[in-house]
Write a protein of this length. Sequence first.
Length: 78
Amino acid sequence: VISRWTPETGHIIEIQHPNSLLSIYRHLSQSLVTKGQLIRPGELIGYNSEVKNGEVQLFEFELWNSGRPVDPEGYIVF
């Protein structure tokens, strides 16, 4: 859905999944995908090594279902 860079979030990627799920990844140092690209399970979408104010930023992950944030533990086996 989205693959772009902003000063606030670094690279941000949003992926539309089946069943109205949307995954969001922020603070990536590099995106390896483009808007509209088909992503296969297990495919590398970006790198996380962004440094901001001298500190390495951890990437942020969100999962949304039908426009509402959800706990990813109910959807993903960790």
